[in-house]
Design a protein around this ligand. Structure first.
Ligand code: ADP
Ligand code: MG
Length: 256
């Protein structure tokens, strides 16, 4: 196996300036003159190689940030840059790998053919050796010819990640990669994504589990109702949360 065939190796080679989100806002028109503000004036800066969690309850705007970063949604205000490049430039340069739950796997295609799909669509030749490396990386060796319906839910999640890594991108964007999976599968996914980050891949994921953000990420951004209410190194944020818990309990212990 050459270095070129190690998934994630490309990220370390390239370097970059990280994620830069400035004044990002997104309003969706929902008909009859009504609109929904999914995101308001969000600012977020991280370094290349970082591991960022966007943490918050359902509907708070997490996926919207990722969709803007991935170039799937135009912002209403502000901008998002990764490595100083716009989402459109990143996609053109194949620097971005995205794994969103609603990006379907094709049911009639095998594991190998689902992974190779983005290159086939783009008319690029597929390096079979690299695809085999990806399959090994996500623990699907032996399932090369299986169809998605023959895989467990956790295996399908890993297949999504393998496909997102086909370009050997420097940045991996994952929307709720572990939502609804059991503890063991979550641990496997954590190992997989942590390994890629250790190779130098910048990872941004959304989650509503504080524990997941704490275990994996070096930085946590908390979003509530479309507003970014914190963006700190994990340690700092957890310490703050702890202080807050202590303060609340002290208040309770001091009746007037
Ligand atoms: P999260 O990922 O945190 O659950 P989202 O970013 O998906 O939240 O959504 C934030 C808000 O924007 C929600 O109120 C959601 O209903 C709304 N929203 C998201 N996408 C659209 C869309 N395409 N059209 C209309 N409203 C949307
Ligand atoms: Mg979401």
């Amino acid at each position: 196996m050459t270095a070129e065939h190690t998934p994630g190796a490309g990220a370390a080679r390239r370097g970059g300036t990280g994620i830069q989100v400035d004044g990002l806002g997104k309003t969706f028109k929902v008909g009859a003159g009504k609109s929904v503000t999914a995101l308001e004036d969000a600012h977020l800066h991280t370094e290349q190689g970082s591991f960022l969690a966007l943490l918050g309850p359902s509907g708070c705007g997490k996926s919207t940030i990722l969709r803007v970063l991935a170039g799937l949604e135009e912002p209403t205000t502000g901008r998002a840059l990764v490595d100083g490049r716009t989402p459109a430039e990143l996609r053109r340069d194949s620097e971005l790998g995205i794994a969103f739950q609603d990006h379907a796997l094709l049911p009639w295609r095998s594991v190998v053919k689902n992974i190779a799909l983005p290159f086939e669509v783009a008319g690029r030749s597929v390096d079979k050796e690299y695809v085999a490396e990806l399959i090994a990386l996500v623990g699907l060796t032996g399932f090369e010819n299986a169809k998605p319906a023959q895989l467990s839910g956790g295996m399908r999640r890993r297949l999504h990640i393998a496909r997102a890594m086909l370009h050997d991108p420097g940045i991996l964007v994952l929307d709720e990669p572990t939502a609804g999976v059991d503890v063991e599968l979550r641990r496997q996914l954590w190992e997989l994504v942590t390994g890629l980050n250790e190779q130098g891949v910048t990872v941004v994921l959304t989650t509503h589990y504080l524990e997941e953000a704490e275990q994996l990420c070096d930085r946590i951004a908390i979003i509530n109702h479309g507003e970014l209410i914190a963006n700190k190194p994990t340690r700092e944020l957890i310490d703050m949360a702890r202080e807050k818990i202590v303060r609340v309990s002290v208040d309770k212990d001091l009746p007037g």
